[in-house]
Design a protein around this ligand. Sequence first.
Ligand code: DGY
Length: 331
Amino acid sequence: MLKRKIFVTREIPDSGLKLLKQKGYEVKISLFNRAIKKRELIKELKKGYDGLLCLLTDKIDIKVLEAGMPRLKVIANYAVGFDNVDVKSANMKKILVCNTPADVVNESVAEHVIALMFALAKRVVESDNFTRDGRYKGWQPDLFIGQNLMNKTLGIIGLGRIGKATARRAVGMDMKVVYADLNQNKSFEQQYKAKYCSQNELLKVSDFVSLNVPLLASTRHLISTSQLKKMKKTAFLINTSRGSVVDELALLKALIKGDIAGAGLDVFECEPLIDCNPRDHYELRKMNNVIMTPHTASATIEAREAMSIVAANNIIAGLSGRRPVNLIKLK
Ligand code: DGY
């Protein structure tokens, strides 16, 4: 039988790659030490691969899928999000598409949401810059006054695995939790004394709003001007999902006008650009009440290892005629 061939678009932790090799597959890792370009990926896939292990920076569109045909059978996206893959077209071509929602990845993102909440509430970044700059001249009662998280309300939009993991932590910190989702989850409500509400209600009552939805046509610009206007002026928005879930220009305007208190952003609409309109005078990155991280919510040693193993197992299952555990099925 022809040896199975897998193409990996960028170096990732070895744990999963070892599994693929142990299975007898030939594994080729892209030699470019950067995100692969579309034309490079197309050229490579035309050589014939059974499996593709790709990253969220790779746009897997119809042209890429066609380059992999007829041999390509499984695509394992090294991410929980899968908005970079045209899943519908892949499925039509009988190519399986999988993601990597390992528990430790969800927990890592939830930890990042909490880190951003703390950093905003306690003004950690501003205070660090101030102290580092040598501007600390003595204790003052009103220096960098922040807020407590205790007794505050966290609103979670999207009660999937990451949303739940975030809620669990918030409740452990004596916060109240409200959530909005397509489905109500009564056992979750009982366990965490959480309240199910509409998105509008959530925006009105929350001190922190965390976005935990995948980027789909229905969630693009889920948060725009009218939603931001519903939020408390003292509230913070946290986005660790995908940049385009938020209308970034609307967010910028809301921050300038003081419609909300601040934002914690791990993802950006025009990533890796921080502002889609960099010439805009009020760029997000110039705002003290915005804390930014470079799409690193799941960047822990543990999570990246797990993602490698999960992606490999998805490929192995798909090529062995089994249903991969993390097969993406569009509703
Ligand atoms: C994911 O898993 O979707 C993250 O955004 C990538 O780290």
